[in-house]
Design a protein around this ligand. Sequence first.
Ligand SMILES: [Zn+2]
Length: 256
Amino acid sequence: MPSLHPALAESEPWRRARGLAEGGLFPQCAALCAPSEQQNALGLAMARLLLCESGRGEDGCPSCAAWAGDEHPDLLKAGSEGAAPNIAQCRDLILSMAYRPVAASRRVALVYSADTLLLPAANSLLKLAEEPPGHGILLFLLSDEALLLPTLRSRSWMLPFRIAVDEGEERPPETESEWAEWLSRHSAAELPDLLAQFGPWIRYELHRNAFERAGTIDRLRVILETKRLSRTMALDLTVLALKEGIVFEHLFGNLW
Ligand SMILES: [Zn+2]
């Protein structure tokens, strides 16, 4: 089960979504906008709440007990993280949605990468989005809400997972001189101090909808946390990844 990034799990949109799920008031058609790396985790976390009898999730109710890893008899998926479903997969989803729930009181359908749906596939979902069966909840997962077909957007409750940024919050260096200044300021910094900066940087990038970049910083944070790099290597890797835009997973792939 992929876990929801803490910045999303603690966000105001997530609190609202949880409140609506617990009150049984979650809309039948919604679009969850989040960084692409978080789409799967977010969709599954939302499904756990919506399929639960109490709406709280993981409470041991018969429906919660029916989960096997990331699968549930009343959870339907179309497409995958980074790949929108084609029209045949959309039609399968529509058919499966019509069946009565098996373990829960409703069925939840996840449509991945909905912002990259081709027009025929998107059009095939219009009727389902407009009039889902009484037991059905349709969740579009996407990164860029502006790219969702307007006819789907108008039928969906939009829930953008933007993270609030405080005034004066730290942001990553951008220009050459900012990077030079940052490096000289952190040349003697210990790894935990370096890592402490990444949280505010991720929030800053999410706030300005730079989801890819937020994902890069997050992956970098995980690597620095787990790989026990020296301070110098950590600084070098940060500059390579965030300033030079090197794909750092490939860079050290053979060593790790
Ligand atoms: Zn439950």
